[in-house]
Ligand binder design. Structure first.
Ligand code: GDP
Length: 651
């Protein structure tokens, strides 16, 4: 093929693809009616392709055909124009103006001229490897606590002051859970991950999970090999395991620093801090201390003093009296408090700070943006709530369409089965020992959960983790979730809705446990998200229909059929058989198979050898078989003795 031919063939291929996509879109639109879609004032071509669910390159070509010239995926289209395009694809667009929203400022042109800010560090690692111990050790050097007799408030993060006057901010929310929720919301709050590995236990599943998360988020790591004071410490073994799991540690020629520490004796802890700082210096984190502040919600909870949320400030400086919006709620900052509970007058970038004054509790991972005044904060929040409702409507619409499609597919399959002759019998006919799954019922079963946890952030992470599990047969549903202890009404609600209670990272009061037990409400109680995930998976798996397989135990071939007199003038047919395979026992279930079709299925009335009743007949022997409610044997039929084997399935 010469170049021209290749080109022509390629053109033809593209044209076919285009036609196919258009046909599909037209068909979809005909079948479902227009799908509502909300478009912003301005949208990039690549985002529009995503929104319309069209492959990007193909979308560019189709746009060219519609007369758009000289555009690429980064080109920006006005909302009204995008709406016209969306109509072509069978959507019903509305353009929503987002000038009402509050947006983060564009990134600084030259960050190197900005003031430095403290690095933000998350400690991750396997359970019991010493994360809490290391954090507690570091917390003792907390800026706030040094002046404060060591009483700490849990606000999800704290600042450590190092000898040379520099600060490091440590996140103190449940390790992986916090990291994951933040990341799922697109918030990369962490600059550095400290990966803790116990010297006597080496790399474990959650260590690998942490490595994966850090790598996916492109966050650099420092490894702390902990518990080196223990007798079973095997530092070299840990290093080799880390290298095997893709951590490029310095001993193996990589640039990930490894520090050996003991959270118990304090050995190596200064070294760890120095290493973190050295890495931070290399990363050279800087941020504006002026202009509208931005940040992330680390966690939120209802405290006796009111609705509280910890913010990690990213840019700008927060002060009492400022207005801020996060997600669909806003606050006029009443107080700023540090981890010792002291009121502070300002929170510059890199500082974790608890803020009181919220209308509603914000969610962990929400972006915080400062508003110039109360009106702007309120408008932004109202605008976002409206957008969320519209998205919900569109989702509901999509779900209805999807359900309708599944229903139609199921109907089509059933019709096919009905019209195919003996389709059903053919599938049921198992040969010697074959396994077949039980047919599934249409529509997924829903399994309910009620979730409580210590803080809003972990409740969110737990809900996310629960909702990840499921299949088209069984789906989890979180009926209610909130921060706080399990209380009577949670148990009552769970009992009424047949839910499983989930309790995360907090004690359960004795009378609540007793109440749950009395009501038959199961409680999954965990402080490690990874274990909880497994337990939830087990709960869901227990709702899966078992695999039912048919195990054929013996087969008898019908050699002749003869009537015998049972009572008065009543005659029953008996099949005179020879056992071809296995053993048939009178207590088995039996089916009569002719030409691959099951003619009858049931229990035996009689099993005889000559005239004697017998309990079983083995391969090679002859016997008479009779059913009470089936007489239509034919010579050549096969009578199978079988049992149903039910095997539990898991997700
Ligand atoms: P986490 O689950 O990762 O937060 O682990 P913890 O900090 O709760 O530690 C688990 C256990 O290991 C606790 O009993 C700690 O006292 C113990 N531990 C932590 N660090 C060390 C250490 O350096 N040496 C020794 N011997 N024990 C430690």
């Amino acid at each position: 093929m010469n170049d021209e031919d290749t080109h022509a063939a390629y053109e033809e291929h593209l044209a076919k693809q285009r036609e196919k996509a258009e046909r599909k879109a037209r068909k979809e639109a005909e079948r479902t009616g227009p799908i509502p879609i909300a478009l912003p004032d301005l949208i990039s071509i690549s985002n529009l392709a995503l929104a319309l669910k069209v492959e990007k390159e193909l979308f560019l070509e189709q746009l060219a055909e519609l007369g758009f010239e000289g555009i690429n995926l980064e080109s920006i289209m006005a909302g009204d124009t995008a709406a016209l395009v969306a109509q072509e694809y069978g959507y019903e667009p509305t353009v929503v103006s987002d000038t009402e929203d509050l947006k983060a400022r564009p990134p600084p042109a030259d960050p190197s001229v900005l003031p430095p800010r403290p690095p933000v560090v998350t400690i991750m690692g396997h359970v019991d490897h010493g994360k809490t111990t290391l954090l507690d050790y570091l917390r003792k050097a907390s800026v706030a606590l040094q002046e404060h007799g060591g009483i700490t408030q849990h606000i999800g993060a704290f600042s450590v002051n190092l000898t040379d006057g520099k600060n490091i901010t440590f996140l103190d929310t449940p390790g992986h859970a916090a990291f994951l929720t933040m990341r799922q919301r697109g918030a990369n709050v962490t600059d550095i991950v400290v990966l803790v590995v116990a010297a006597d236990d080496s790399v474990k599943p959650q260590t690998i999970e942490a490595i994966k998360h850090a790598r996916a988020a492109k966050v650099p790591m420092v490894v702390a090999i902990n518990k080196i004071d223990k007798e079973g410490a095997r530092i070299d073994h840990c290093k080799a395991d880390l290298a095997t799991n893709g951590v490029e540690i310095e001993d193996y020629g990589g640039d990930v620093q490894v520090v050996c520490v003991s959270g118990k004796t304090g050995q190596g802890m200064d070294d760890l801090e120095e290493n973190i700082l050295a890495l931070a210096e290399m990363l050279d984190m800087r941020a504006e201390t002026d202009g509208p502040a931005e940040g992330w919600i680390l966690e939120s909870s209802l405290k006796p003093v009111g609705k509280a949320a910890t913010i990690l400030v990213k840019r700008g400086t927060l002060r009492p009296g400022d207005y801020i919006a996060a997600g669909t709620t806003w606050a006029k900052i009443r107080h700023l408090r540090n981890e010792a509970g002291d009121e502070i007058m300002e929170a510059p970038p890199g500082t974790p700070v608890e803020i009181l004054g919220w209308r509603d509790l914000p969610s962990a991972g929400d972006e915080v943006i400062q508003a110039p005044d109360e009106g702007r904060a309120k408008t932004a929040v109202e605008y976002r709530a409206g957008l969320r409702d519209r998205e919900k409507d569109a989702k509901a619409h999509e779900q209805i369409v999807e359900q309708r499609r599944l229903h139609q597919e199921k109907r089509a399959l059933e019709d096919e089965d009905d019209s195919g002759n003996n389709g059903k019998s053919r599938r049921e006919y198992g040969t010697w020992g074959t396994t077949e799954a039980a047919p599934t019922e249409g529509g997924a079963k829903t399994v309910n959960f009620v979730v409580k946890g210590d803080v809003h952030g972990s409740v969110e992470a737990v809900c996310t983790s629960i909702l990840e599990i499921g299949s088209n047969e069984v789906q989890p549903r979180v009926l209610r979730s909130a921060a706080g202890h399990l209380i009577e009404s949670d148990v009552e609600h769970a009992a009424a809705s047949r839910s499983t209670l989930v309790n995360f990272n907090q004690p359960i009061m004795g009378h609540i446990k007793a109440l749950a037990e009395a009501n038959g409400v199961p409680i999954l109680d965990h402080n490690v998200i990874y274990h909880l995930h497994d337990d939830v998976r087990n709960v869901l798996s227990s709702h899966l229909a078992p695999d039912v397989s048919i195990k054929v135990l013996g087969e008898a071939e019908v050699l002749q059929v003869f009537p015998i007199n049972v009572k008065g003038r009543k005659f029953n047919n008996i099949a005179g058989c020879r056992i071809r395979n296995g053993t048939v026992a009178k207590t088995n279930r039996f089916r009569v198979v002719r030409d691959g079709q099951t003619m009858h299925d049931g229990e035996l009335e009689s099993l005889k050898h000559v005239k004697k009743d017998i309990m079983e007949a083995k391969k090679g022997s002859e016997c008479g078989i009779g059913f009470e409610d089936y007489q239509e044997f034919e010579v050549g039929d096969v009578i199978q003795a079988y049992e149903e084997v039910r095997t539990k399935r898991s997700l």
